[in-house]
Structures are given as structure tokens and as C-alpha cells.
Design a protein around this ligand. Structure first.
Ligand SMILES: Nc1ncnc2c1ncn2[C@@H]1O[C@H](COP(=O)(O)OP(=O)(O)O)[C@@H](O)[C@H]1O
Ligand SMILES: [Mg+2]
Length: 312
């Protein structure tokens, strides 16, 4: 890759790291991405959520300058796509869904290969590698072939290769797919650290629980952005109203929670002794608790009375 162009004057000061304006991508007659627009502030985490085939990867490929939009354009790290693809590529990191690693090569060999692509000299490469190796806990496996590694380690290796050149913006396409809970948590810790260090992170995921960490979430469906807001606002503005959650004590049969149906709530989730329902009353606060010892004692006395074991 040749040296990137210098940033156009005035654009470095813009608060947005990514700005998309009416991005469209059509494959034949099929609209994979349909007029997608958004703006992402520097150093923030943007969570891009949508079911399979909704257009997430296609949007990322357009933002990375790897796929030409049918219509619309974007500005990424101060440079335009289409137009300044080469400058964009030098300023972004892209971890694709397929983890572009060479399975027959070791971690170290993959890192050297990635450094070559970005024309990083040996001294810089070694110092970057030392930092990332320690942070991503890759040292113990550095000489192992990628094909022999667990998904979690492969994913951290792919991240390492995609951020070796110190990008301003990082695109992570389903980085935690197939990764166990513990490794997902570690990965999100790294994502948050990157953002705290000023890197803008654009991440897609199927797991909505981890999207709680995003500053802004975009929901895409059928190529169209159907919602774009912070997790807090998305929850607060949700059309379905509030959720009332009833969690029974351990071992409580879920039938014990049936009385909540009398409250005219619409049950949404049933999972063992745990129920969640829609409600339009924010003051509703339901708690199911174990009886007190006093209640237990009184119950026992009443039962004995009913059975005629004691004379009142
Ligand atoms: N190169 C292509 N040619 C034709 N259709 C494509 C191509 N790339 C993606 N698509 C289609 O575009 C839609 C969106 O794909 P994609 O962006 O990969 O979705 P996601 O990443 O959200 O799962 C899908 O229906 C997919 O089959
Ligand atoms: Mg995808």
C-alpha cells in the first residue's frame, strides 16, 4: 500500500469519526442496504444489530472502502468513500466475520504478515506486538498454528492483526460469534478500553446483552436502519411500555407466579421461576418473597387447627 494522503484541512476537527449519508447497495434487483445514514462520535462504541442478511456486513464493507455504494457516501476518519479508499484503509482496522487469518501459520507469522501489508517497520511492529500480545494474552500461544487455537484465541489474534497499525476506527464484524461467555466478556473489556483510548469502535453482534456497552445502537432490518439511539433511550422510548419482572426464590415453581396474570399484564417471557411482562404502569413493583418465619409458624398452627389436632 502506498502512503495515505494527508487529511483534508479542517476535517480532523470534526467530532464524527464516521458519517454515512444515504448509503445504498443493490445486488441485481435486491436492495441489501437501503438509504442508511448515521453519525458516530470519535471514541464511541457503535453497536450495529440486525438479523442474518439484514445488511450489516455489506454496510461495513462500504464504510471500509472495499465495496462501492450504489448510492450515497460516507466519511470515515475524515476521508470520503467512495473517493479516498486508500487513505481510509490506512486509518481503519477491519476484523471481518471470517477472521482473515492464515490457519497454517502461527500467531506470530500472521502478525508479521499483517505488519507487512501495512508497511509497519520491524521496530514498530515488535513494540506494537509486545503491547498487544500482553493485553490480548497471546504470548503463550504465539508459536502455535492458528488452526490449533480455540475460537476465543483466534478472535483475539484477528483483532491483534487488525489493530497493529494503530487505527483510528475499528470495524468488528460479529467478533464474538461462537465465543464462550468468559471470552466474550474479555473481548468487550478490550473494546471498552480501545474506546476509552479514543478509538472509535463499530461492532456488530447477535448478542443483545453485550450491546448494553455500546454508546449508540443502530437496528438494521431489511437493509433499513429502523432505530438509532443510546441503549438507555431505546429502552425508555420502547413502544411496548415497561417491563415488570418477577423473579421467584430458587426452586419456586413457575405456576406460583400465575397471580401476576390477574394484574392484566401481558406475559412476555417465561423461564422457570422468572417471568417478565409488559406493563404501562411504571410504578408497578412486584416482589415475590419467601414467607417470614412468623407466617410459617402461623400457617402451621392454622393447619393443625383445621386438622383438629389442637383445640382452639
Ligand atoms: N456480493 C453479494 N451478491 C449478492 N447478494 C449479496 C452479496 N453480499 C451480500 N448479499 C446479500 O445481501 C444481504 C445482506 O447481506 P449481509 O450484509 O452479509 O448481511 P448481514 O451481515 O447482516 O448478515 C443478504 O441477503 C445477502 O445474501
Ligand atoms: Mg454479516
Amino acid at each position: 500500500m502506498s502512503e495515505p494522503a494527508s487529511r483534508p484541512p479542517g476535517e480532523a476537527s470534526s467530532g464524527a469519526a464516521i458519517e454515512a449519508e444515504g448509503l445504498c447497495k443493490t445486488f441485481g434487483d435486491f436492495k441489501a442496504v437501503d438509504r442508511v445514514s448515521f453519525s458516530i462520535a470519535r471514541g464511541s462504541i457503535f453497536g450495529f444489530v440486525g438479523s442474518n442478511g439484514s445488511g450489516k456486513s455489506t454496510t461495513i464493507r462500504m464504510l471500509c472502502g472495499l465495496l462501492e455504494p450504489t448510492e450515497g457516501s460516507a466519511r470515515v476518519a475524515g476521508f470520503r468513500v467512495p473517493g479516498d479508499e486508500r487513505s481510509v484503509l490506512h486509518r481503519i482496522g477491519y476484523m471481518s466475520q471470517k477472521l482473515s487469518l492464515y490457519p497454517a501459520l502461527s500467531i506470530l507469522e500472521n502478525v508479521r504478515f499483517a505488519a507487512g501489508i501495512y508497511s509497519i517497520d520491524a521496530a514498530r511492529r515488535e513494540s506494537r506486538w509486545r503491547t498487544l500480545r500482553d493485553r490480548l494474552d497471546l504470548g503463550p500461544y504465539e508459536k502455535l498454528r492458528v488452526s490449533a487455537l480455540s475460537v476465543g484465541i483466534k478472535q483475539r489474534t484477528a483483532l491483534c492483526c487488525s489493530i497493529l497499525h494503530d487505527p483510528e476506527v475499528v470495524f468488528l464484524d460479529e467478533p464474538t460469534a461462537g465465543v464462550d461467555l468468559e471470552n466474550r466478556a474479555v473481548f468487550w473489556e478490550i473494546i471498552r478500553e480501545m474506546a476509552a483510548g479514543g478509538i472509535t469502535v463499530f461492532v456488530t453482534s447477535h448478542y443483545l446483552d453485550e450491546m448494553e456497552f455500546a454508546d449508540v445502537i443502530g437496528f438494521i432490518d431489511g437493509g433499513q436502519m429502523i432505530a438509532l439511539d443510546s441503549p438507555e433511550k431505546l429502552k425508555a422510548n420502547q413502544a411496548g411500555g415497561y417491563r415488570v419482572e418477577i423473579i421467584g426464590p430458587a426452586g419456586l415453581p413457575s405456576a406460583t407466579l400465575e397471580p401476576m396474570l390477574l394484574l392484566d399484564l401481558e406475559p412476555a417471557t417465561v423461564a422457570g421461576a422468572r417471568r417478565r411482562a409488559r406493563s404501562h404502569d411504571p410504578s408497578l413493583n412486584i416482589r415475590i418473597a419467601l414467607p417470614t418465619l412468623e407466617e410459617v409458624f402461623l400457617e402451621m398452627l392454622r393447619a393443625r387447627e383445621r386438622e383438629g389436632q389442637v383445640t382452639p
